[in-house]
Write a protein that binds this ligand. Structure first.
Ligand code: GTP
Ligand code: MG
Length: 195
């Protein structure tokens, strides 16, 4: 699945701009700056396919990347970015909600959580949305390189516990670092298995 070419398809700002639902897709959701775009780059082995940035809220569209004809990786706009204008935030939220509820080819959502921070209120909000939309989701802990094993254990315990509140959640977490590559092959294998 990841052996062939990967191409940026388009940035989508409204539901009618989505590409035809003709192949399986997975999406990456999470707070601004959690590392969604960096993880897509790590997964595809392309340094700057998805635009990663220090500026939270960099990705403001639903960005589609094609794995040849076989599937899409979907980079969602980050949520919980307080500095964006209210009207802009409302528009993203509506798009996100409509996308998650109305995309028949969406096989799994990856809910990205910063290893250092664990699950926050806004994460629960998106997970509730995934529950309501019956989109199976799996938590990916990001930036694993930034904390030691003890702190990681604590995060894993907190997240595992909190996930019990979410019926659409898979209990298994994936621990990743886009910097060191930890967990990236494992995540690739999960995605390849969804086809
Ligand atoms: P938005 O598009 O704003 O929602 O952010 P995003 O979730 O796409 O985050 P992005 O990938 O742009 O990463 C945000 C910042 O975190 C960047 O400065 C990245 O270099 C950094 N970062 C991402 N992943 C990792 C990681 O695994 N380890 C470390 N140390 N830094 C990371
Ligand atoms: Mg991004």
């Amino acid at each position: 699945l990841f052996a062939g070419p990967v191409d940026f398809v388009k940035g989508v700002v409204a539901m009618d701009g989505l590409p035809p639902a003709d192949r399986p897709e997975v999406c990456f959701a999470g707070r601004s700056n959690v590392g969604k775009s960096s993880l897509i780059n790590a997964l595809t082995g392309r340094k700057s396919l998805a635009r990663a940035s220090n500026t939270p809220g960099r990705t403001q569209e639903i960005n589609y990347f094609a794995l040849g004809q076989h599937g899409y990786l979907v980079d969602l706009p980050g949520y919980g970015f307080a500095k964006a204008p209210v009207a802009v935030v409302a528009k993203w939220q509506a798009l996100l909600k409509n996308y998650l509820a109305g995309r028949p080819t969406l096989r799994r959502a990856f809910a990205l959580i910063d290893s250092r921070h664990g699950i926050k209120d806004v994460d629960h909000e998106i997970m509730r949305l995934l529950d309501r939309s019956a989109v199976p989701f799996q938590v990916v802990l990001t930036k694993a390189d930034k904390i030691g094993p003890r702190a990681m254990e604590a995060t894993v315990a907190q997240v595992t516990d909190e996930l019990q509140k979410h019926p659409a959640a898979y209990p298994e977490l994936v621990l990743t670092s886009s910097d060191t590559g930890r967990g990236v092959a494992a995540l690739r294998a999960i995605i390849a298995g969804l086809e």
